[in-house]
Structure formats: C-alpha cells, structure tokens
Design a protein around this ligand. Structure first.
Ligand code: HEM
Length: 138
C-alpha cells in the first residue's frame, strides 16, 4: 500500500510491522475466510470461491505479507501477482467487491488492527477490489 505523506512517515513502522508482523496477518486472513464461510452477509462472495478455502487462505497470507511491506512470500513463489488477470475466472461485480471489503473490514476490527491503519487499509482494499471488477453493475 502507499504510505500517506504526513511528514512523519520515516518515524513510523511500515504497515506490516505496525500490524504485528506475520502472526497478526495470519490471524487476519484466517478470520477473513472464517467469516466468509460463516456469515450470510457474504454468501455471494463465498459462492464465487470453490468448495474449500485453504488455497485462497494460504495465498492471501503470502500476498498480504509483501503488500504490507514485509517478506515477499507470494512473489518469490509465483512471480508478479497480476491480480486482475488471476481473478478473471471469477465473476466480480459491485456485490462481490462490497462483500470482500466488508468481510475484510469485519476481520480487521475483530483481530484488532489499530486505527488509523485500519481506515487506510480499508481504502486501499476498496481500490484494489474495485479495480478487479470484471462484470458491469451489481
Ligand atoms: C473483489 C472481490 C474478490 C473476489 C470475488 C475474489 C475471489 C477470489 C477467488 C475465487 C480466488 C481463488 C481462490 C483459490 O484459488 O482457491 C482468489 C484468489 C486470490 N485473491 Fe481474490 N477475490 C477478490 C478480491 C481480492 C482482493 C481485493 C485481493 C487483494 C487485496 C485478493 C487477493 C487474492 C490473491 C492473492 C489470490 C491468489 C491468486 C493466485 O495466485 O491464484 N482478492 N480470489
């Protein structure tokens, strides 16, 4: 993610460290997919995934470590993420975008991602999810 320019950025840890490193990101990703499985509010998002979520869980953890400024586990295994291309097999409209962002925000709240980091990440997640839309409308 982009760090915002508040003139004090060099004093701050990067988002990866600020969140609590790999154990915190693992907790976030686990909660995200558990909620996707459990909550009726994320039904359509869950339906766009296959029967099991283990592969997605592992890959999102590797990806987020690097995206937040930590070790680049995803890129070292798979190369450039090319997220839009990799999501083309799944139908992503406004509904899936909004459910993804809401599910991630709930997971951030429940795993205690500190403010104002949570708000900044929510905006970055929204932008990424919006850019991944490949179906017009809801
Ligand atoms: C917008 C709604 C989204 C939907 C419906 C969606 C759905 C999916 C699905 C179905 C998979 C395949 C899982 C599997 O292989 O079992 C996947 C993979 C993945 N998603 Fe998403 N996703 C969305 C947004 C995002 C966002 C915003 C990010 C990152 C911030 C992301 C990161 C990833 C990554 C890293 C993978 C693994 C790609 C690979 O190497 O195959 N996704 N997603």
């Amino acid at each position: 993610m982009q760090s915002d320019d508040n003139g004090g950025a060099e004093q701050r840890p990067n988002p990866f460290e600020w969140m609590g490193g790999e154990p915190a990101i693992q907790r976030l990703v686990d909660r995200f997919y558990d909620l996707m499985d459990l909550e009726p509010a994320y039904r359509e998002l869950r339906a766009s995934h296959g029967s099991e979520l283990d592969n997605a869980r592992q890959k999102l953890f590797w990806f987020l470590c690097g995206w937040l400024g930590g070790p680049d586990h995803y890129v070292s295994r798979f190369g450039h993420p090319r997220l839009k291309m990799r999501h083309l097999p799944f139908s992503i409209g406004i509904l899936e975008r909004d459910q993804w962002v809401a599910c991630m925000d709930q997971a951030m709240i429940e795993t205690g991602v500190p403010e104002p980091l949570r708000g900044a990440l929510q905006r970055s997640f929204f932008n990424t999810a919006d850019w991944m839309r490949n179906r017009a409308g809801a």
